[in-house]
Each structure stands twice: as structure tokens, then as C-alpha cells.
Design a protein around this ligand. Structure first.
Ligand SMILES: [Zn+2]
Length: 131
């Protein structure tokens, strides 16, 4: 999400976004997919997860339409915030864009898209598959 600032653990993630690659981590030891980026596996505690690239295809796990937003996002309302389960087995929060906000439902397939925010940074969002 736009609010999350780059830090050492997540810089490969943001470098990926900048070239329109959705990166996530995978544990070397227990093989779980990890997101948001971190230096230690949350499942088994082993360090140094490896970076992988997602195909950017997922399914909506949960979603809600935002009508009242913080001032920075007020002009965007209404918009849809969703938890998306990516095919590779990790979950991320983002917006579903370019859609009728009332048509977004749990279980719909989505594809990642990249848009620049008003500071020129690319941000990953999702659109409804085949829409
Ligand atoms: Zn692990």
C-alpha cells in the first residue's frame, strides 16, 4: 500500500514494483510464502527468505467499499479495499480499481495492475479479471 515506506526488508519489493514485478518472499526451510516482506520466517523463525516473483493473479478474500477516507484519499472515494489471495499463496491488501465498486465480491478473480500515485511512485492495485 502507498502508506508503507521503503525499508531494508522491503526494498526488493519496491524495486520490483518499480519495474512492474510483484515480488514476495518464500522460506527456504518450510517453503511458506511470506508477505509483507520481513527478514525472518514468521512460521519457522529461520532467517533470509528468498525472493520470488508472483504472476499477479489472485482471488478476493475480503473486500469493503470505503466511503469515508483520510484526507489524502478523500478524492478517491468511494473505492474498494480488498485482501487478495495471490495464486502463490500469500495475501496482500490493495485496492480494486477500474470497476463498479458495488460489483466487487469475495471470490472474484483479479489481476495486478500498476499505477503511479501523485508523487510518481508505482503502486500495485488489482482489477477484476476479464473486466
Ligand atoms: Zn519457514
Amino acid at each position: 500500500m502507498a502508506e508503507e515506506l521503503p525499508d531494508p526488508d522491503s526494498s526488493p519489493y519496491w524495486e520490483g514494483i518499480n519495474i512492474e514485478e510483484l515480488r514476495y518472499q518464500q522460506c527456504n526451510h518450510c517453503n511458506i510464502s511470506i508477505f509483507y516482506p520481513r527478514s525472518i520466517c514468521p512460521n519457522c523463525g529461520k532467517p533470509d527468505p528468498i525472493w520470488q516473483t508472483s504472476k499477479g493473479k489472485g482471488t478476493i478474500y475480503a473486500c469493503s467499499v470505503i466511503h469515508r477516507a483520510p484526507p489524502a484519499y478523500k478524492e478517491d472515494t468511494p473505492y474498494v479495499v480488498a485482501l487478495v489471495d495471490l495464486a502463490e499463496g500469500f495475501r496482500m491488501m490493495s485496492r480494486i480499481i477500474d470497476c463498479d465498486t458495488n460489483s466487487v465480491k469475495v471470490g472474484q478473480e483479479v489481476d495486478v495492475v500498476y499505477r503511479k500515485d501523485n508523487t510518481g511512485n508505482r503502486i500495485p492495485y488489482f482489477t477484476l479479471h476479464n473486466s
